[in-house]
Ligand binder design. Sequence first.
Ligand SMILES: Nc1ncnc2c1ncn2[C@@H]1O[C@H](COP(=O)(O)OP(=O)(O)O)[C@@H](O)[C@H]1O
Ligand SMILES: N[C@@H](CC(=O)OP(=O)(O)O)C(=O)O
Length: 328
Amino acid sequence: MTGPRRASGPLTPLVLKFGGSAFAELEGFTRVARYVAGRAAESGRPVVVVVSAMSGTTGRLKETLERLAPDPHPEAAAMLLTSGETVSVALLTAVLDMVGLRASPLAAAGIGLLAEGPPQHAALLRADPGPLAAALAARPVAVVPGGRAVDGAGRTVMLGRNSSDLSAVALAGALGTPVCELFSDVPGICTADPYLVPAARTLERVAYETVRRMSHHGAKVVHTRAVDWAERHGVLLHCRPLPPSEGDGTVVGQGPPAPAVVVSAEGGGLTRITTLREDGPAEHTLVPGADAADRARRAHRELFPDSAEDAPPAPPKARSAYSGVLIT
Ligand SMILES: Nc1ncnc2c1ncn2[C@@H]1O[C@H](COP(=O)(O)OP(=O)(O)O)[C@@H](O)[C@H]1O
Ligand SMILES: N[C@@H](CC(=O)OP(=O)(O)O)C(=O)O
């Protein structure tokens, strides 16, 4: 009988992060569980699976809380806004078990992430590999709630909105995993949001700095602090489509800079279109929200004059029908 296949190097765990879009439908949990089972079998490695709340859940919880308490108790807010991830961890662990993979559903104290500051947007200080290594010694898969840490007093804190990427990157760094895989509903990092600009190109490789600039100007691709942490700790990001068969994705590392267009909603019905060239300062235009897709496509054509004609933009993304699982 042959032992586990080694992909390369020592048996560092795989670190796979699935954003809320992976769980837009309940079947998403089954698809992710089967994929994780396949990767575990193929690589023979332990797997850390970082999950976000089903898309729309955290926003819905936030709206509900603000309706009741416009200036909410910080610890209560952190507790509520991290609860969507608890649901994802529990559901995914249950389905993993059904497909025959033994997994540990982790709570904040079992992750090894230490943070300080306001409970709703605490700053990550340190990632300790000990608790996860212990979980992985007991069962081959650990399911981790993204965006959650503990502070010095042992309280559960939130690392800010959209911070599951940061959790995944920090854990990869701590465990010595060279590549952190981030799965989403796009082919990778593109030269613009492909939902708004269908002619956007998927970048094969790109520099941390380009993704940091995109994120800084409002692109919801990879959390800025996740890019910073990845660069500081030498972790490559592999931004991949789900299903993974849809393309090779983008590797973010010490690659070349790339030009891009960023679309970001401002207050008062306005949208900011930002053009980022390989060098030079960002160029901004404020446009009415209704014109945003047209203007973004125009800005993208200026950057890439040989682009194909754009197809009509995709319909806006809906929240998961199950995002009201905690509060309807
Ligand atoms: N340049 C870009 N390339 C790829 N995706 C982008 C870009 N700019 C914005 N996005 C948006 O980022 C989204 C992915 O982030 P997010 O909504 O947080 O997904 P997930 O729930 O999978 O983490 C895409 O669905 C897309 O709309
Ligand atoms: N609870 C987080 C979840 C998160 O990070 O989402 P995603 O990975 O889908 O961007 C939020 O919406 O703030």
